[in-house]
Design a protein around this ligand. Sequence first.
Ligand code: COA
Length: 272
Amino acid sequence: MDGNFLLYSVRMRAARGGAHEDGGEHISGAERLVPEAEAETAAAALIARALSRGVSPDFVRLTMERIELAELARVPALPLTTIHAGGPAEARLQAERLLREAGVSDPAITLAFESLQNGFGSERVVLRGAALVDPLTGERLDPLTARGVRATHFDYAPGARDAVAAHLAEQGLTHFRTLDALAVATKVLWSGVRAELCWSDEPEYIAGYVAAPICGYTRFPQFKPSGARGGRVFFVDRNQWETVRDRLERTPVWIDAGACLSDVSRPPRNVE
Ligand code: COA
């Protein structure tokens, strides 16, 4: 990259009933990490996304922030495997096995599923980010508020978004959420998270995944039981959680297509 190369984080969040900070309800959020020459196009695409959710937002905030190139990390996308379990109960058994292999204890797994089913804490809330959870005890490590921790400041590297999208499309995975979720999970594991468990908080979206170094991004098309609240759990070793949180929230990451493209077609281990 030449000395004049500038990199920008472009982020969009939309809400109805007012701004997020005034209690508005979050409708959508998305972000890009792009060279200066692509910032205007990225911003327009994010605004289009805010207007395409079927609910007209009352508030849209677009933030554009220059990123120090020296801080940028480049990370290969996780390999993706799909497990076609018979339904949510069978998917959960398979997911539990993967989480155990990643070093998460049975009590922590049970607590995580219970929180994704019913909401977190005694008030049963859906968090605005992910819960950071001790993989041994199941105890939540980040402050016990509705905020949680959000992975931000990441995007596919130039060319990688289209390459990964085309590769996923070859497997019938054309939903933008799969592409987005693969990027989230890639940044999450790179940040030092031992394993991630995710069910969408969109009522109609029942696919979900487990991500861990040992299994990459393992997707279950029918994972979320009906009526579940959804959310994300990041299992993080207790003595590292603050460092991991800082990386999740602050370190800019560009995701390359490499690992995803080379490993995605390999036969998955222990999968029917
Ligand atoms: N869900 C719900 N509320 C959200 C939100 C989200 N994904 N992202 C932002 N907000 C709201 C919150 O009220 C937040 O206040 P809080 O920090 O007290 O929770 C407020 O907007 C400001 O958040 P901030 O992080 O400063 O927003 P931003 O302008 O930097 O944009 C996004 C961040 C919207 C790009 C990012 O959070 C996002 O949604 N990315 C899409 C992918 C995703 O969901 N990632 C999360 C993985 S854990």
